[in-house]
Design a protein around this ligand. Structure first.
Ligand code: NAP
Length: 528
């Protein structure tokens, strides 16, 4: 398929704007040949109007029909074959194996949401039957379930060109919920985005979806995203990226006449607490595992372990030496884009210049352009507590080891941290009991707690929580990974005393979809 560089406004390709931009091959350090038309104001408005018109039609479609659409998207993405992998690698600098793995994850996510819809209980139907004889007052029949919000704007993320972009978790969950989606394609991988958009449009046509169910907008600046968030037809936003970008969109949405939810997943340093036994018994092994985790994907993961916390001891000294040695031996790898690389070098330097920090390991070799030279620093607990800058996310292969005086100071350090996606504890289960205050302190800061593992590598499954207290995300009650992500795009509606034949299928007495419901306090799939 040829990459046209055009916007996908529902079923129409459109290139009204003569202003274009290109993507960049960071491995070769040259621009790619494709050029993309910036979406015009009219194209943005048209995409929003089509999505608004598609919403009532799509919303009414049965779950099985929406599931067919999601499964067909997955098949169409698979059908793009090697071309998708080739464009992905040319636009991201990431290796082919990663591209193939991420494509698999993207298709699995779409299929997982399809299964969720086919099973049907996700709408959380609750029925409280009428009690006409209740004293002192009779009770009416009340029934509740979840309904979609309306058109959703999705911002593709730079670090997951497939799994968190055009047909990634945000899009899959919003379409599953019954919401049309308008994607603001990430400018660093607009070609990958267009290929995936074409797969979604083909799937929409094949499965008879309404025009406007999906649009894909190109842009290399912030204006298109701003207009999208401000458009009154948009009813929710999904975003993954920087705290600066996420908060700019969050504040912008606050200027709207009608406020809407902005689900932004932003920065995290993912603290790792290494308890004494982990250092004594397994320090060398953990140093090896953490060196790999820090370096994975050139450190460009929201779950990268950017902060390692421990109580000072000779075994901590050995761990730091081992970590430095392991990190020093690993080869650097290419970052996503010269801008991300430049930002990494700048932020790394800023933290290296802070008072009281010492270098544990630093790659000072000369490397190819856009390759990330890894660095690990160490600082004592008192200096860390005095300087809030030391907990800033440095997006890349970078981490800081904090040597605390004792368990009390370790607890103080954790208490000072901002909200995080993950928190990890290395040790024994008896230590979890002994250091229960530290465990509690971690629990209050994070969305996912890990024991004896590394935070990188997020499993996509219903029990996954990928989101945490601010600034990890703007709303810690929700996840952007796993099937619970659908809950971001719905709202509950109660039907009181409603005629049985006009109730939605999910709330009817005879339960035609045979879904699990809560009927008069009992979890059941029985008829009433
Ligand atoms: P970003 O700068 O936050 O941009 C993400 C998307 O939001 C882009 O499409 C961008 O549009 C748009 N955007 C940013 N600011 C905006 C604003 N004020 N108004 C409207 N739209 C706006 O993130 P990025 O480009 O992916 O990477 C930059 C940095 O973000 C990285 O170096 C890293 O520090 C951080 N990051 C963190 C994570 C994480 O998971 N923790 C993930 C990715 C990135 P344009 O590009 O078109 O301007």
């Amino acid at each position: 398929m040829n990459i046209s560089g055009e916007n996908y406004i529902g079923y129409k390709n459109s290139a009204q704007n003569s202003e274009t931009f290109t993507t960049f091959n960071p491995q070769l350090n040259i621009p790619n040949s494709w050029s993309f038309h910036e979406a015009s104001e009219e194209e943005i408005d048209e995409a929003c109007s089509l999505a608004e018109m598609a919403f009532p039609i799509y919303k009414q479609m049965p779950g099985a029909k929406k599931a067919e659409f999601l499964r067909t998207i997955a098949d169409e993405i698979e059908g793009l074959g090697d071309e998708l992998i080739s464009v992905y690698t040319q636009e991201s600098g990431l290796p082919e194996g990663r591209a193939i793995g991420e494509r698999g994850r993207t298709m699995d996510q779409l299929r997982a949401f399809a299964s969720l819809l086919e099973e049907g209980s996700w709408v959380e139907a609750i029925i409280d039957s009428a009690q006409p004889n209740r004293e002192p007052q009779p009770k009416v029949d009340i029934r509740k379930m979840l309904f979609p919000l309306g058109p959703i704007a999705v911002f593709g993320s730079s670090n997951f060109p497939l799994a968190f972009s055009t047909a990634g978790g945000d899009t899959a969950s919003a379409l599953a919920a019954g919401c049309p989606v308008i994607v603001k394609s990430h400018p660093m991988h607009a070609g990958t985005g267009e290929l995936v958009a074409s797969a979604i449009i083909t799937a929409a046509e094949k499965t008879g979806m309404p025009n406007g169910i999906f649009s894909n907008l190109n842009s290399s600046g912030i204006e298109v995203g701003q207009q999208l968030v401000l458009n009154p037809k948009i009813k929710g936003v999904g975003f993954t990226g920087s705290i600066k970008g996420g908060m700019a969109l969050y504040n912008l949405a606050g200027e709207r006449e009608e406020p809407i939810p902005i689900f932004a997943e932003m920065g995290s340093v993912n603290p790792v607490v290494v308890l004494p036994s982990a250092l004594l018994e397994n320090g060398e092994n953990w140093a090896k595992q953490y060196a790999s985790s820090i370096m994975l994907g050139a450190g460009q993961f929201c779950t990268n372990p950017g902060l390692i916390l421990a109580i000072k001891s000779t075994s901590l000294d050995s761990f730091i030496t081992d970590l430095g040695k392991e990190i020093g031996e690993l080869e650097s790898s290419c970052m996503l884009h010269p801008n991300i690389h430049e930002n990494y070098e700048k932020e790394k330097q800023k933290l290296s210049n802070q008072g009281g920090v010492n270098v544990v390991a630093e790659n000072e070799k000369s490397v190819s352009p856009n390759y990330a030279r890894q660095k690990v620093l160490t600082v004592n607990g008192s200096n860390f507590l005095k300087n809030n800058k030391l907990q800033r996310e440095v997006f890349g292969p970078f981490s800081i080891v904090v040597r605390c005086e004792d368990a009390n100071q370790l607890e103080q350090v954790i208490s000072k941290l901002d909200g995080q996606l993950t928190g990890t504890i290395l040790g024994t289960s008896s230590e979890l009991e002994k250091y229960s205050k530290i465990v509690q302190a971690i629990q209050s800061k994070v969305g996912r707690m890990l024991f004896n593992g590394v935070p990188t590598g997020v499993e996509v499954c219903p029990s996954m929580q990928h989101g945490g207290p601010f600034p990890a995300s703007t709303d810690s009650r929700f996840t952007s990974v796993g099937t619970s992500a659908i809950k971001r795009w719905v709202r509950p509606v109660t039907y009181q005393n409603w005629p049985e034949h006009l109730l939605p299928m999910e709330l009817k007495d005879d339960n035609p979809l045979e879904i699990m419901r809560i009927v008069d306090g009992e979890h059941t799939n029985r008829k009433i």
